[in-house]
Design a protein around this ligand. Structure first.
Ligand code: FE
Length: 279
């Protein structure tokens, strides 16, 4: 069995999005454009309300899925399909924007800690203009594996006999792992999948080769292989995110990700002429 080794280490950069929400972006940045099928990865988190209170007022998406995973704080969301709801600690919203959605995500907390992640997953060309849909997943629907060494939340994919509720076109795996100090974790991921690790806090080592120390808020892309070995120098929390690459051209235009420049222009035109939303 070949081990997946560290390919690239990307320290998240501080940026802001929406109406000025501070976040740390580690994919969709000059250092790392994408890891097919993933297009962007953000960690948002602060104890200071000024960093998040402005939220994400209504904005469009087309051609992608946005996956929000909350660890702390509370947001309400609303969109052009008529769907609305709240996201609290431990919940996941897997939104398939497909042909077009306009949504808002606003904090309903006035103070306290906000912490979470947003991942953008690309969609295959033949589905980009399909109907939008949603998976709103409550914390109690997410299975958890626990022993003395680790705690694993299975959002998508499997661990032991537990299966995550989130489904996607790229056969996604999304695990949230807390590993105690000086423990080992191994996991088998299909050869077909690209994988990255996001280290939330702590210090870990991946694979068998020497590499720079991996610490807080770092994204690590991995080489191909079948098995993954991670050990912790300190108590650590990290996400394992994997999916089947799509292998199609990527044209980006802010919140739209299509295959060609023309399709991006069409998305902008549709948005401005009021023909954007697919119901
Ligand atoms: Fe959005």
């Amino acid at each position: 069995m070949s081990l997946r080794e560290v390919k690239k280490i990307v320290k998240a950069i501080q940026t802001s999005d929406g109406a000025g929400v501070k976040l740390k972006r580690s994919m969709g940045v000059p250092e790392l454009d994408f890891i097919d099928p993933f297009l962007m990865f953000d960690e948002f988190g602060s104890e200071n309300k000024d960093d998040y209170i402005a939220g994400f007022p209504p904005h469009p998406h087309r051609g992608i899925e946005t996956v929000t995973y909350m660890l702390a704080g509370r947001f309400k969301h609303e969109d052009s399909t008529g769907s609305k709801g709240e996201m609290g600690p431990g919940s996941v919203q897997w939104m398939t924007a497909a042909g077009g959605i306009i949504h808002s995500e606003m904090p309903i907390m006035k103070e306290g800690k906000l912490h979470g992640f947003q991942l953008w997953v690309n969609m295959p060309a033949k589905l980009k203009m399909s109907r939008p849909s949603y998976q709103n997943i409550e914390p109690k629907e997410i299975p958890e594996f626990k022993d003395k060494e680790k705690k694993i939340k299975i959002i998508a994919g499997e661990y032991k006999d537990k299966i995550g509720p989130a489904k996607g076109f790229v056969d996604p795996i999304y695990l949230d792992i807390e590993l105690e100090k000086e423990k080992n974790f191994s996991y088998t991921i299909p050869h077909s999948h690209n994988v990255f690790i996001y280290l939330v806090y702590g210090e870990i080592k991946i694979g068998s080769k020497a590499h720079d120390k991996l610490k807080n808020s770092t994204l690590i892309s991995l080489t191909n292989g079948s098995s993954l070995k991670i050990s912790s120098a300190k108590k650590s929390q990290f996400l394992i995110i994997a999916g089947k690459p799509i292998g199609e051209p990527i044209a980006r235009g802010g919140p739209f990700v299509m295959n060609t420049k023309q399709e991006i222009l069409k998305a902008v035109q549709d948005y401005h002429s009021g023909n954007f939303v697919q119901k």
